[in-house]
Design a protein around this ligand. Structure first.
Ligand code: KIV
Ligand code: ZN
Length: 509
């Protein structure tokens, strides 16, 4: 059997960032992009530059940071979006503009309020406009699986005639079934001869839990590229999980007849980094990268695996880079061992970053028996998220009890100055947040959400707090980690306020 090579587009930083509550900072995207490059993805979709100045800067930074793969930026079918994407991709070695416009009657009528002819004209105009300035252009007819087939063909033909090199077929709402989706791909190839000269990609959502099955069915029907995300991150129920697509193609190339360029040994590292950066935990039973994916609980299974691992294992833990022999770091570990572990976890921090995170590691190692890789991920993230903060926590004191109103006294540093304020609140967290508002001189900040989770197990676990605040029509997320959950909450709130202050300063020029 001839084995085809399927290209992989990772859209964790674009569609994955549309996971509810997920926001990645520029430094976080750069670290993640470097890891995706090591993983061996063909294309990184780094963001949607026209959507915000932050996204534009993040795409710029990713375009500068990686050189071994294509960096793709998303645009609506409007010239302004293409201009923003071209600017952001300026330094990319292999740039790609990805234009999308819906092709389904539902989207055209209710969302876009456009006629079919207007939609075709917008596709022709923006694809040609992008192609004049960028070597690679991909076009996606959004909601393709709920579109009228003949109009879908017209839209794809229009994009190809205008110069698109790639066509991406999205199952935007995760509506298709595998047979139906494969049939759609086959019919498109048959109906549009020019499609055989283009890169045909698919982009499946998981609303019915069929995203991976649909993507693989499309590969069998001839698609040559799959858009997916690490850990299946993405809008609503998420996108097809990259690690599942890659390992299915790897383990079952005998029937699927295809492989990828992915270095599978980087999968677990990438998955853990994504979980840590996004603070979206991987469910234990998740295929390939879940904590239980390679554990054998029942006696019969354990016996079988000990006799011959193939009785119950279709792939080896080492195939995805699971190394059970990594030493745990603790308070006696030095800077060298720590920086080596950072490297093993896929983080490439500069000396300043290593110093800062090593300092935090030492503080935490003093309070915890063993510092796990998840803890280190949380420490690095907190650092990446807060690199350019205005306010820093100096000290806090909080009094609270069941017969008194909580009272917080906080000191924050802003450059050379330290500001102190006291504030009451409904509980210790509320009091601390009120004191921060007073120091920042803000009475317009609204707390949208507040979450706290234990990074690992045990009473000495690190607590990671995430907050979302809104002010002046925009929202900002913040995160903080500490073995003390009040401290992590305060740090998370300061982090969000810092982002809000920075965004407003930028707006004011
Ligand atoms: O789901 C979708 O249709 C998309 C497009 C922008 C490709 O994300
Ligand atoms: Zn999508």
């Amino acid at each position: 059997m001839e084995i085809r090579t399927i290209q992989i587009t990772d859209t964790s930083m674009r569609d994955g960032e549309q996971t509810p509550g997920v926001r990645l900072g520029i430094q976080q995207k750069v670290e993640f992009a470097r890891q995706l490059e090591r993983l061996g993805v063909d294309v990184i979709e780094a963001g949607f530059p026209a959507s915000s100045p932050g996204d534009r800067r993040a795409v710029e930074a990713v375009a500068r940071a990686v050189s071994g793969c294509t960096v793709q930026a998303l645009c609506r079918a409007v010239r302004g979006d293409v201009d923003a994407a071209l600017e952001a991709l300026g330094e990319a070695k292999h740039p790609c503009i990805h234009i999308f416009l819906a092709s389904s009657p539902l989207h055209l009528q209710y969302k876009l309020k456009m006629t079919e002819e207007e939609a075709l004209a917008a596709v022709a105009d923006t694809v040609a406009y992008a192609k004049a300035a960028c070597p690679q252009v991909q076009f996606s007819p959004e909601d393709a699986t709920r579109s009228d087939f003949s109009f879908l063909c017209r839209m794809i033909e229009t994009a190809l005639s205008a110069g698109a090199d790639g066509i991406n077929i999205p199952d935007t709402v995760g509506y298709a079934t595998p047979e139906e989706f494969a049939d759609l791909i086959r019919r498109l190839y048959k109906e549009i001869p020019a499609l055989s000269h283009a890169v045909v990609s698919v982009h499946c959502h998981d609303d019915l839990g069929l995203a991976v099955a649909n993507s693989l069915a499309a590969v069998e029907a001839g698609a040559s590229r799959v858009e997916c995300t690490i850990n299946g991150l993405g809008e609503r129920a998420g996108n097809a999980a990259l690690e599942e697509i890659v390992m299915a193609l790897h383990v079952r190339r005998d029937v699927l007849g295809a492989e990828t360029h992915i270095n599978t040994k980087e999968l677990i590292r990438t998955s853990r980094m994504a979980a840590s950066l996004t603070a979206v935990a991987v469910p234990p039973g998740k295929a390939i990268v879940g904590q239980n994916a390679f554990s054998h609980e029942s006696g019969i299974h354990q016996h079988g695996v000990l006799a011959n691992r193939e009785t119950y294992e279709i792939m080896r833990p080492a195939d995805i880079g699971l190394d059970k022999n990594m030493l745990l770091l603790g308070k006696l570990s030095g800077r060298h061992a720590f920086s080596q572990r950072l490297e093993q976890l896929g983080y490439a921090l500069d000396d300043k970053g290593i110093d800062a995170t090593f300092h935090r590691f030492k503080e935490i190692a003093d309070k915890k028996t063993a510092v796990t890789d998840e803890d280190i991920g949380a420490i690095v993230n907190e650092y990446l998220d807060g690199i350019h903060g205005k306010y820093w926590l100096e000290s806090f004191q909080i009094q609270s009890g069941n017969h008194m109103k909580a009272m917080a006294l906080l000191s924050l540093r802003d450059g050379e100055e330290v500001f102190t304020e006291a504030a009451p609140g409904d509980g210790p967290v509320d009091a601390a947040f009120n004191a921060i508002d007073r120091i920042a001189g803000r009475d317009d900040i609204k707390l949208e959400s507040y979450e706290i989770r234990a990074v690992t197990e045990g009473t000495d676990a690190l607590g990671e707090a995430k907050v979302k605040i809104s002010a002046a029509g925009a929202s900002f997320t913040g995160r903080g980690v500490s073995t003390d959950i009040l401290k992590s909450s305060i740090k998370a709130y300061i982090n969000a306020v810092n982002k809000c202050v920075a965004a407003q300063a930028e707006q004011e020029g």
